[in-house]
Design a protein around this ligand. Structure first.
Ligand code: A3P
Length: 284
């Protein structure tokens, strides 16, 4: 099968609304009250979806327990998201993994708020490797070294990690854009949640914040996933694991010394000139 792509970015025919992605760039109307989660895949998207769901419900997890993430925060570029979004009332909660050059252009002139989560690309490779295997566009991806090579070339679904982060970082001085990292959430979830509350102008009591933290823990989230039927039939059938380990530094169990060196060299080349303090993963 031919792999469909839009402006150089590969997608998956079965799950993406490939025909609509290019049209959406011009036609999709982002509203001022929209709250958008933007990530490269496997960077903590579902974690952020649950955190923001909890912030808007003042820490009450019942919404999470009864509605799967893809219905609470539909992905604008997915087949199952498109219809849902049309009928939503403000404030709409949206998710996307699109690179900046494919994201609806109306966002840039709107007041919509966007939270971007970035994760150590080394851990993203490992998480993505486990996630993508069942979808494999390329059967050679069942071997880690092949997926690793494709990832470095940007020849994977949603394209290059480097282009994604560099593209979106151009927004970082905008007050409607919040840049956070997976590693930061790990290090101090409370501080991050408070930052997100300020950004979204939501005032929560100490008790409500505690409930957000409790319900956004890995273990409790896993439990909710089973209750709300997040592991939808399709994912289950294909053995897609949405939550594997949820740790920092798992790449060390996968990369060979040679792969580590190759990766570091490319990383330095691609990330040169960016403020390295933005990326706490360089310590882990
Ligand atoms: P691993 O595959 O390394 O376990 P996304 O939601 O963007 O697909 O990202 C999935 C990754 O986020 C998975 O990483 C998953 O375990 C991790 N994750 C999800 N919820 C988490 C939580 N509450 N705490 C830590 N990691 C979490």
């Amino acid at each position: 099968d031919e792999v469909p792509s839009v402006k150089g970015i590969p997608f998956i025919q079965k799950i993406h609304n490939v025909e609509a992605i290019e049209k959406m760039y011009d036609e999709f109307e982002v509203r001022d009250k929209d709250v958008i989660i933007m990530t490269y895949p496997k960077s903590g998207t579902h974690w952020m979806i649950d955190i923001i769901s909890l912030i808007y419900s003042n820490g009450d997890p019942s919404w999470i327990k009864s509605v799967p993430a893809w219905k609470r925060f539909p992905w604008i570029e997915m087949k199952n998201g498109f219809e849902l979004i049309k009928n939503k009332e403000d404030p709409r909660f949206l998710t996307s993994h699109l690179p900046v050059h494919l994201f609806p252009k109306s966002y840039f002139s709107s007041k919509a708020k966007m939270i971007y989560i970035a994760r150590n690309p080394r851990d993203v490779i490992v998480s993505y490797y486990h996630f993508i295997n069942p979808f494999a566009l390329d059967s050679s991806w069942s071997a880690f070294e092949n997926f690793f090579e494709s990832f470095l070339r940007g020849n994977v679904v949603y394209g290059s990690w480097f282009d994604h982060i560099k593209g979106w970082l151009s927004m970082r001085n905008s007050e409607k854009f919040l840049f956070l990292t997976y590693e930061e959430l790990h290090q101090d979830l409370k501080v991050s949640v408070e930052k997100i509350c300020r950004f979204l102008r939501k005032k929560l009591s100490e008790e409500e914040i505690s409930s957000v933290l409790e319900n956004a823990s890995f273990q409790v989230m896993e439990k909710h996933r089973l209750e709300n039927n997040e592991s939808i039939e399709y994912l289950r059938r294909n053995q897609v694991v949405l939550m594997r380990k949820g740790i920092c530094g798992e790449w060390k169990n996968y990369f060979t010394v040679a792969q580590m060196e190759t990766f570091n060299k490319l990383y330095q080349e691609k990330m040169e000139g960016l403020d390295q303090d933005l990326f706490p993963w360089n310590q882990c």
